[in-house]
Write a protein that binds this ligand. Sequence first.
Ligand code: NAD
Ligand code: ZN
Ligand code: ZN
Length: 351
Amino acid sequence: MSEMTAVRMTAWRKPPEVVRIPVPEPGPGEVLVKVAGAGVCHSDLHVMDWPAGTLPYDLPFTLGHETAGWVHTLGPGTHGSGLREGDAVLVYGPWGCGVCPSCARGAENYCRRAPELKAAGGGLGADGGMAEYAIVPSPRLLTPLGDLDPRTAAPLTDAALTPYHAVKRSLHRLVPGTAAVVIGVGGLGHMAVQLLKALGPADVIAVDTASDKLDLAAGAGADHCVPAGEDAAERIRDLTDGLGASLVLDCVGADATMATAAGAAAAESDITVVGLAGGTLPFRYGTLPWEAAVTIPYWGTRPELAEVVALAQAGRIRPHVEIHPLEEAVETYRLLREGRIGGRAVLVPEG
Ligand code: NAD
Ligand code: ZN
Ligand code: ZN
């Protein structure tokens, strides 16, 4: 095979580069995926902005940790996996060792050997899916998509899996008569709204600074939309008869949104911060409701990804996708930084 286009991180604190590199060949145990689409996640902007040394990754590597496509070539030793060439697949993003107790239960997001691995997954230290083809190290990291179109399914593996994991652990709190808040209705947040509506009876309240994002939230099923700001927590208390929300999912993670989260949470609630904006939440008597629990979850497990795909196959969740050409990756990241993407942008190779 010949060359392909790839979007590579070549320097810290610089935009990525669109370059030509050889099409890789799958080694023993590996699978070569023909990429249908790769989601453009806000985490990549953090990765690009953080100074050298923050992450243990060697440069360059191909970006794209939210990837879907078709099995193109099964590497030696993978023919017994049940996968066939042409199958539509989703790439599970956090690549662990595959063997430790966390990986054994499918929680490769919390692989116990992560510090030794140097890369968190394809697109995060190892070559990812913003290319025409991508190597996946093992068939275990591929989830069959069945009839779902891989061009628009890519966001399921991060924008949906991350809030799915975050919401699922709080479902026992979301009984009838309760409310859940989603702060930041971007790629993750618009899926979080849909997931909350699909999984439970709680009223869903969406918060964002941008009115078009609140429109997207309403379209995704939010019961109430509240503009972000200092009075957002009070608005949420009014909407919940003064009780507050049993789950606040902060998909931004800035000082301001965490303050809103603390102000909007009920007693015995979960304040779950998935956004990585680097904010701080004071944790002491008087700053949080009684028995509120604060947690920072990372991504989700392989079994949970299969559950997310099942929800999408049943038509219960559907990513709102903007298709952009792979060649326009740098421009698409710029649009994301400026808040000008609705839902999730997916980069699609030509042909
Ligand atoms: P995005 O850019 O698509 O969406 C962010 C949304 O937040 C936008 O709608 C924006 O208008 C809104 N927003 C920004 N500032 C706000 C504020 N002060 N108040 C209310 N709304 C505000 O981003 P995304 O791809 O959905 O990612 C969201 C965050 O989640 C990022 O920090 C990303 O790094 C992080 N992330 C974490 C994990 C994890 O496992 N913990 C996984 C994926 C992404
Ligand atoms: Zn991501
Ligand atoms: Zn492991």
